[in-house]
Design a protein around this ligand. Structure first.
Ligand SMILES: Cc1cc2nc3c(=O)[nH]c(=O)nc-3n(C[C@H](O)[C@H](O)[C@H](O)COP(=O)(O)OP(=O)(O)OC[C@H]3O[C@@H](n4cnc5c(N)ncnc54)[C@H](O)[C@@H]3O)c2cc1C
Length: 394
């Protein structure tokens, strides 16, 4: 395998995925973006089509019914899927991090109950880490409590930004179960809470940039009772469980962001090559050359960085430094490239006539979800200061 391209076997699959995304998902974007009943129906049709074409749930483990495409190969596919904001919903890859987490930490019963409906697309999983009253950047501060009453967990707390929970079958709730334990990281556990459990109340959809309602929810848990067997992983090991979801998730995000950035870059070049102003095409202006060249450099650098992180992770080595770099650098790259593409489109870039304004919102979110830029810079810098020899180029 070269650095830039997948092996031949996966190249064919990437080409088929590209045809589906470019020819069927991207043309559906204007309807999907309305996020109404018609959008929901169209998404269902695209999912059926992805299944027909053998493009559904490709990266999910084979022994639970997924396509079994190996992690590293899926990384390349994810770049193609990412060309459309709706790609991962259309091909069933949006739930991959959760399946990986369940596959690694779930009991046989948990896997039997929850993985099949996720894989079939019947519902999505959701995750409740972040809370309105405690800094999500530091999950050791989680205030939600879970206490054992016989063989039942009783959970009380307040979560928000619980993405997709209104359509999810369950929520993996991270709660404090060992309040006195040290270090602080060992106080949190992960517990699977079916969303129809009494006391699990979705308070509202949170209005976010340009989305009201949005798919991010505020949730109150009041005396929510679930069996002790709903513990995911070990008691006090919630951080380990979360990391096994977030690690691969950040690589998948990094590749999806590249798909989005490449599309924004293509739109920027197309516009620069056709828009005439002040005596020449935009493509002939020095400022625009800078936008194009800087975008190409950022995309190329982020791609090499993300592929390197993916290979390091795939080899079983500690990839935390590489993943930290991808998270803040990749999100910034996406933000900058989309911003320049909007600029080159002028007022048109701010309208919904191009996908750029939605991409911009997604890019802004990317700098906060799964840990804000500052936190990844901090933890990466700390690791490098402790061991300068761990720099990824050494
Ligand atoms: C689109 C989207 C989807 C999300 N989906 C989910 C989900 O499904 N489930 C879930 O649990 N959460 C989800 N989140 C929440 C997200 O993970 C948190 O917002 C994030 O971890 C930051 O936590 P916070 O919002 O509490 O910010 P805070 O922790 O309050 O941080 C606020 C700001 O402080 C700064 N900061 C924090 N720490 C440091 C530091 N050490 N040094 C310098 N500056 C610092 C950063 O600028 C940061 O943005 C989602 C968020 C978004 C935007």
């Amino acid at each position: 395998m070269t650095v830039n391209h997948p092996e031949d076997a996966i190249a064919d699959l990437c080409a088929r995925m590209r045809a589906f995304i470019d020819d069927e998902v991207i043309p559906a974007e204007p309807v999907l973006a309305k996020e109404d009943a018609a959008a929901h129906e169209l998404l269902g049709q695209l999912r059926s089509r992805a299944k027909e074409l053998g493009l559904w749930a490709l990266g999910h483990p084979a022994d639970v019914g997924g396509g079994g495409v190996p992690f590293l190969d899926f990384v390349y596919l994810n770049e193609v899927i990412g060309r459309s904001e709706f790609g991962q919903l259309a091909v069933g890859s949006v739930s991959m991090q959760d399946t990986i987490m369940l596959h690694k930490h779930g009991t046989d019963e948990q896997k039997r109950r929850w993985i099949p409906p996720i894989l079939s697309g019947e519902f999505l999983p959701s995750v409740g880490l972040t809370e309105p009253d405690a800094a999500g950047s530091d999950p050791t501060l989680i205030e939600t409590r879970a206490e054992l009453d016989g063989d039942t967990w009783v959970i009380n707390g307040h979560k928000w930004f619980t993405t997709g929970v209104a359509h999810a079958g369950y929520c993996t709730v991270f709660a404090r179960t060992e309040p006195e334990s040290t270090p602080r990281h060992s106080r949190i556990s992960a517990i699977i809470v079916p969303t129809d459990t009494p006391g699990f109340e979705i308070v509202r959809s949170i209005p976010t940039m340009g989305h009201d309602p949005s798919d991010h929810y505020e949730v109150l848990l009041t005396d929510v009772r679930v069996p002790a067997a709903n513990l995911l992983g070990e008691r006090g090991k919630g951080f380990v469980v979360a990391q096994d979801r977030l690690g691969p998730g950040r690589i998948f995000h990094g590749m999806r962001w590249l798909g989005q950035a490449q599309r924004a870059y293509e739109l920027m070049c197309e516009r620069a090559n056709t828009r005439y102003v002040h005596g020449s095409l935009l493509a002939e202006k020095g400022e625009i050359h800078r936008y194009i060249a800087e975008s190409a450099a950022q995309i190329h650098a982020a791609r090499l960085m993300t592929l390197d992180a993916a290979r390091t992770m795939d080899s079983g080595a500690d990839a935390r430094i590489q993943i930290g770099l991808v998270k803040f650098w990749g999100a910034r790259m996406l933000h900058d490239v989309v911003d320049r593409a909007i600029q080159v489109h002028g007022a048109l870039g701010l309208t919904s006539d191009t996908p750029l304004e939605r991409m911009y919102r997604q890019a802004r979110y990317a700098r906060i979800y799964d840990g804000p830029d500052e936190v990844h810079r901090m933890s990466t810098a700390r690791r490098l200061l402790r061991d300068p020899g761990a720099a990824p180029w050494l």
